[in-house]
Design a binder for this molecule. Structure first.
Ligand SMILES: [Zn+2]
Length: 403
């Protein structure tokens, strides 16, 4: 059987390493630009630096519906320290599994997204509004590509956003927020045999962390996401066993639920740090290294329903609703755009950032089909509806509440 465009494209993408840092997504962005331009999309490269770029393809519609945006990142994490049992950049297919770094997170998903847009462009389907296909650089570190596209107005007026992050084709309508705190605790050094003469910065930090892990969140439970979390990532302080440390640094990963006020957490953490510090030492400092709010779309939103219907039409299976404990480009885009979003991609979420990453090739093909169905639901000219092979045409939001 001939390989589908989605799978072929996913293999090409895996063979062009974009491990971030440093990313170097430029060559891959140019490749995707050619693929989309060949299919008839208007394309534009958005360079970030000489070797880095995002790329956007647009398929113009007649104009009476607002644009629909799809956003997939094109960088990956590194293969990591753990040995792989195969070459992470060979992109071979063994027993139906397309293997390599980024197969699940999320070159498989981004390839399906681009392939779906190309399929629509080459078909008879007529669109009523613009289809925007954004391939972003930099998501794995700081979302720099998505922030750049947002500032350049790429998503202006969009009605909804699909992000093909790995969900195993479940429809995830909510993601947790992330707040990464850095704590610098100050003490006063002394000889270890005269510890009472000093103020121990490591001890103060431990007292601080004990309070922080019991933080009284305002949002304590979410039916999809569960509970917020506080995880101590790094701690370092002290130089010698017999010296009272006068400095300790820690980094803490806080994951939050929708509606939590991150500024309040930072302010409270600063207060905790001050309360465990004696007045004789320099003031401690708490700062946010990363601050991404949780984002959520109503599970009854017509776009969420349309995504569920599209996956059902493409796979014949009932898609699960769910949410992400990690953050994605949605965290920088959705609070600004204030539009509904879903994460829905062919990758397996449990394989993201793991050694021996793969994606089921058939899942990538199903994703492409689901995206074609969703694009049609969101944008197709209504009088062209008779051509829907799944026979489920109708205005976006036509709700089958059986889900
Ligand atoms: Zn990802």
């Amino acid at each position: 059987m001939a390989e589908s465009l989605a799978v072929e494209l996913a293999r090409q993408m895996i063979r062009m390493p974009t491990t971030n840092p440093p990313g170097y997504e430029g060559e891959l962005a140019e490749h995707l630009e050619r693929v989309m331009a060949d299919a008839g999309l208007a394309t534009r490269l958005y360079p970030l630096s000489p070797k880095r770029a995002s790329v956007v393809g647009t398929l113009a519609g007649a104009g009476s519906r607002p644009p629909f945006a799809m956003v997939g990142h094109i960088d990956t994490v590194t293969p990591g320290q753990m040995p792989w049992s195969f070459d992470p950049f060979a992109a071979d297919i063994v027993a139906g599994r397309l293997r390599g770094r980024g197969a699940s997170d999320m070159k498989g998903g981004t390839a399906a997204m681009v392939a779906a847009a190309c399929t629509i462009a080459r078909s008879e389907v007529r669109l009523d509004g613009d289809l925007i296909v954004a391939c972003t650089a930099g998501e794995e570190v700081d979302c720099v590509g998505a922030i750049d596209l947002l500032r350049q107005g790429v998503f202006a007026g969009a009605s909804a956003m699909l992000i093909p992050e790995p969900t195993d084709l479940a429809v995830w309508h909510v993601e947790k927020g992330a707040l990464w705190l850095e704590i610098l605790m100050r003490g006063k050094t002394a000889h270890g045999s005269m510890a009472e003469e000093g103020h121990n910065a490591v001890g103060q930090t431990l007292a601080f962390l004990e309070r922080l892990v019991a933080f009284p969140f305002q949002q304590r439970y979410h039916p999809v996401l569960g509970t917020p979390s506080v995880s101590l990532g790094t701690i370092s302080g002290g130089i010698k066993v017999n010296v009272v440390p006068d400095r300790c640094e820690a980094r803490v990963d806080v994951r939050t639920l929708p509606g939590e006020d991150h500024d309040r957490i930072v302010a409270e953490a600063q207060r905790y740090a001050e309360e465990v510090s004696p007045p004789q030492v320099p003031a401690p400092q708490v700062s946010a290294l990363a601050d991404r709010p949780a984002v959520e779309s109503d599970r009854e939103d017509p776009f969420v329903i349309a995504a569920l219907e599209a996956v059902r039409a493409a796979t014949g299976r009932e898609p699960a609703l769910g949410g992400a404990s990690y953050f994605s480009d949605a965290a920088v885009l959705i609070p600004e755009l204030e539009i509904p979003m879903v994460l829905c991609g062919p990758g397996r979420p449990d394989l993201a950032h793991q050694p021996d990453e793969y994606v089921e090739a058939v899942r990538v093909e199903e994703a492409e089909e689901a995206y074609v169905a969703l694009i049609r639901r969101m944008l197709e000219v209504a009088d062209g509806a008779g051509a829907d092979p799944a026979g489920r045409s109708g205005p976006a939001g036509h709700a089958d509440r059986s889900s």
